[in-house]
Design a binder for this molecule. Structure first.
Ligand code: PEP
Length: 259
């Protein structure tokens, strides 16, 4: 199978203004070495208002840190007050954009058709979607977590061709593990991540070629102390890190999960 470079992405959520963002990225860049970047792709996902500052810093200092946004509009432009478009993010050289984060689903009513439209909008403008899927606690307790997560995946990928899908990142984030300190056991995480890759192999009928290229992240209370076990699972290719990504030392340790 093709080797998938691990992707460690820091979702800052609604934290750090643009000045704090500059200080944080500078600190991170100072700590990371060429050896780190050879082994792992490292990305930060700051609030929209930080992106121009992060771009200037990354370009000016030729940093190898990638960056992206936490959401985008499904529309390219027009009368959509408060929205930020794919072309705007592409112009800022964003690599990634998270789509369908559970906080967007919960607080902004994002559903499968909207997530699907946003995935297509991102792809159209050369952005790599990090598509977030995962179940709430009640769904896991009912034993429906795999089916639930695969339904979200199917919805997100409706009419997305294989070539585009191969470049995607899927983040499995059990909602009950996000920001709670309750990390999902590595075997439970692997169960769902393995099922996601299995579904990709069904959706893209190409002997698993697409499924083997897609990077699948785990997200939910990832810390330096639990990342190694999670990364040892065969279908987990990285982590989407919330709280711990705001602490430089902790995030650097996560990047160096092999040490
Ligand atoms: C997230 O926001 O995607 C996340 C996983 O948060 P945390 O690491 O804080 O649980």
């Amino acid at each position: 199978p093709p080797t998938r470079t691990p992707l460690m992405a820091g979702n800052w959520k609604m934290n750090l203004n643009h000045l704090e963002a500059i200080a944080h990225v500078q600190k991170l860049a100072f700590a990371l070495t060429d050896k780190d970047y050879e082994a792992v792709d490292v990305a930060v996902l700051p609030p929209f208002t930080d992106l121009r500052s992060v771009q200037t810093l990354v370009d000016g200092d030729k940093l190898r840190i990638r960056y992206g946004a936490q959401d985008l509009s499904a529309q390219d432009s027009g009368a959509y007050t408060g929205e930020i478009s794919g072309p705007m993010l592409a112009k800022l050289n964003c690599t990634f954009v998270t789509i369908g984060h559970s906080e967007r689903r919960q607080y902004h009513g994002e559903d499968e058709p909207l997530v699907n439209a946003k995935v297509k909008a991102a792809l159209k403008h050369g952005l790599t979607p990090i598509v977030c899927v995962g179940e709430e606690l009640a769904v896991r307790e009912a034993g429906d977590h795999v089916a639930h997560t695969l339904r979200q995946l199917d919805g997100a990928l409706q009419d997305v061709p294989a070539e585009a899908a191969a470049g995607l990142v899927i983040a499995y984030e059990p909602v009950w593990a996000i920001g709670t300190g309750k990390v999902c056991g590595e075997e439970d995480a692997q169960e769902v991540c393995g099922a996601i890759r299995g579904r990709l192999a069904e959706l893209y009928d190409d002997a698993g070629a697409t499924a083997q290229r897609v990077r699948i992240q785990y997200g939910g209370s990832v810390k330096a102390g639990n990342v190694a076990k999670i990364m040892a699972q065969p279908d987990i290719d990285g982590a989407l890190v919330g709280g711990a990504s705001l602490d430089t030392d902790e995030f650097v340790k996560i990047v160096r999960f092999r040490d």
